[in-house]
Design a protein. Structure first.
Length: 596
């Protein structure tokens, strides 16, 4: 079966010829037996299918083009992109949404490197994904002899991924796939690299031999039960707190434990604070949401329970404003995370479902000592702050600011809570996160732990393909530029995605040296007059250009209802937005402590 697009094994040309010759023979000799043959690429597609992979994101070329066709023939969806980085962002988002590894397939050398950016980002964010890349023949790479796209990909990948494997023989492909799958999802999930050399992809095997290699592993995601004494310590600490808080991270979203987080919060009455991509695990308007009282929690809580959240820079690494006397309980799957920044008084190591179940059961045997004034204080503070915040979104300023535009978007998105929100930018990220409430888990995808730019279009595709749901992206104009060409992928696959480009003409804003063509533009200047909607037109999307909040609200309402690819150019004022958004303090300024 050396033809490419085959869905099942058929006799090779040689075998067919042999059978015909046999049939024509008058002496009745049995036809010689030529076994059906397949390649390593067939073994790869079958191994992926066997383990339950239904989608591959990628970009074809030598040496993986046929592998993609064969995978398609096996019923695996192949979502082809214009840039590997975006295919990788899609695979990572697929992993976040489903809890199963998203798969990225890349060509050798630069295709591999472009994709590796996303695999590294997935590793940092604990998204399960596997990057499978074809690579060139080993021998000339190892001898530095200069071969086609010769790059020692395995060793380039190793420092930035959770695990990396190379397969040199077609017989080893199923083992490579199983190992990559287990590494991506077991313990703390992450990005895994699987290198398959060109000779292994092209190697010919008998079909029966290839099929016999396939294996369905047992217990791919076993429970990891926490130690009873750890649970006991955590339960007692939480129960004895006067001012406790529960801090929920995107690990809880990935672990799909919204039911248990709800039980824990409502059973104890302890206020909770969601990290950005944990928004919606419980609705942002839940009576115990402390989303508007972050500083109070940091400064005053005496016990904080971290549920699938890390005390990294996004939480001042546990220092700064945090109560120095406060105690931390941390529920995590990774023992190495504990004490990474600040002393953890009660670590609970296990998968979140097992740990939360044990803690909830343990709470039956203790009495909560929480001060009721703590909760009412947070609720009163939240009420005042929320009302004040809403005032910011009221003015229908034209040209629009981020706030006036978001006032319009908020109405549409909150009327469509099942739409997944993808969000990146600087001010566009910060202000959107603060303005748009989420009501369902895993409905917000953003630039996350590294605060990177360039995850937009890929994440839109991954979210839409993995869930079948509608997606709205709110993108800064600079952020959109990193992945804009892959808006065409949204169009080719006819996905229900609306992309809103908040155009303030620059990185942070458009008030740098203007584009008057007499001087070079400032490093931060883009183009306030750019018509991003025209880019959508080029690929057949429904497009809008809006200059007022009312126009934006009407366009977004129509776009979401259409369930078709749509692009909205949201014209902002050039002076809307400040440098570096909310994290300007991270810029290297003398005499300022930037040790986050
Ligand atoms: P956030 O940015 O929302 O704080 P992080 O990505 O920093 O979230 O932290 C997520 C944490 O969740 C990581 O430390 C990771 O090890 C942990 N985690 C991920 N999946 C699970 C799981 N199934 N069970 C327990 N912990 C998990
Ligand atoms: Mg901008």
């Amino acid at each position: 079966m050396l033809e490419t697009n085959n869905t099942s094994a058929v006799p090779s040309g040689a075998a067919k010829a042999g059978q015909e010759a046999g049939a024509a023979c008058s002496c009745q000799k049995p036809a010689p037996h030529f076994p059906e043959q397949v390649t390593g690429m067939y073994v790869l597609a079958r191994a992926l299918k066997t383990i339950g992979i239904d989608t591959i994101y990628g970009l074809v070329g030598i040496p993986i083009t046929e592998a993609a066709y064969i995978a398609q023939g096996q019923g695996i969806r192949f979502v082809g992109f214009r840039h590997e980085q975006q295919a990788g962002m899609a695979a990572a988002t697929h992993g976040f949404m489903t809890g199963k590894p998203g798969v990225l397939m890349t060509v050798s050398s630069l295709g591999f490197m472009n994709g590796l950016t996303a695999t590294a980002n997935a590793t940092v964010n604990c998204y399960p994904m596997i990057q499978i890349s074809g690579s060139s023949v080993r021998e000339p790479i190892d001898l530095l002899q200069g071969t086609y796209e010769g790059l020692d990909q395995l060793n380039v990948a190793k420092p930035v991924v959770k695990a990396a494997y190379r397969v040199n023989r077609a017989e080893d492909i199923p083992t490579g796939v199983v190992r990559a799958y287990r590494a991506a999802i077991s313990g703390r999930p992450g990005g895994v690299y699987l290198d398959i050399t060109t000779p292994a992809l092209g190697q010919v095997l008998d079909h029966d031999v290839a099929e016999a290699l396939l294996q369905m592993p047992v217990d791919l995601a076993p429970s990891m039960i926490p130690a009873p004494e750890s649970v006991d310590r955590a339960v007692k600490m939480l129960a004895s707190a006067k001012k406790p808080a529960i801090l929920v991270g995107k690990g809880a979203a990935q672990a799909r434990v919204e039911d248990l987080v709800k039980t824990l919060v409502e059973k104890t009455g302890v206020p909770f604070y969601p990290m950005s991509m944990a928004k919606g695990i419980l609705p942002d308007n839940h009576p115990l949401s402390a989303i508007s009282a972050r500083s109070t929690i940091m400064e005053d809580a005496d016990v904080v329970m971290l549920v699938g959240a890390r005390l990294n820079w996004l939480l001042s690494r546990g220092h700064g404003k945090w109560n120095k006397e406060g105690k931390f309980i941390q529920l995590d799957i990774d023992p190495e995370e504990i004490d990474s920044n600040r002393h953890i008084d009660a670590p609970v190591i296990g998968d979140l479902r097992s740990s939360l179940e044990a803690i909830i059961a343990g709470l039956d045997n203790v009495k909560m000592e929480m001060d009721p004034a703590w909760v009412s204080g947070i609720q009163n503070e939240s009420k005042v702050k929320n009302a004040k915040f809403l005032e910011r979104l009221q003015p229908k300023t034209v040209p629009m600011t981020h706030w006036s535009a978001l006032g319009a978007a908020k109405k549409v998105l909150e009327a469509n809570p099942d739409v997944i929100l993808v969000n990146e930018g600087a001010n566009t990220l910060d202000d959107t996160r603060d303005s748009i409430d989420m009501f369902l888990p895993r409905h917000r995808v953003d630039c996350a732990t590294w605060a990177i730019m360039g995850m937009g279009m890929g994440s839109c595709v991954g979210a839409a393909v993995a869930t079948g749901k509608s997606v709205v992206a709110i993108e800064g104009d600079s952020a959109f530029g990193f992945s804009g060409m892959d808006f065409s992928t949204i169009c080719r696959f006819n996905l229900p995605v609306t992309v809103c480009v908040f155009n303030n003409g620059g990185i942070y804003n458009g008030i740098g040296e203007p584009l008057d063509k007499t001087t070079d533009p400032a490093p931060t200047t883009l183009d306030i007059n750019a018509r991003y909607d025209k880019l959508g037109e080029a690929f057949g999307a429904k497009t809008y250009y809006v200059t007022t909040p009312d126009e934006f609200q009407a366009a977004l309402t129509e776009a979401v209802a259409s369930k078709k690819p749509c692009l909205i150019d949201v014209q902002l004022a050039a002076d809307a937005g400040k440098e570096s958004g909310h994290i300007g303090y991270l810029n290297p300024t003398p005499l300022i402590d930037i040790t986050v």
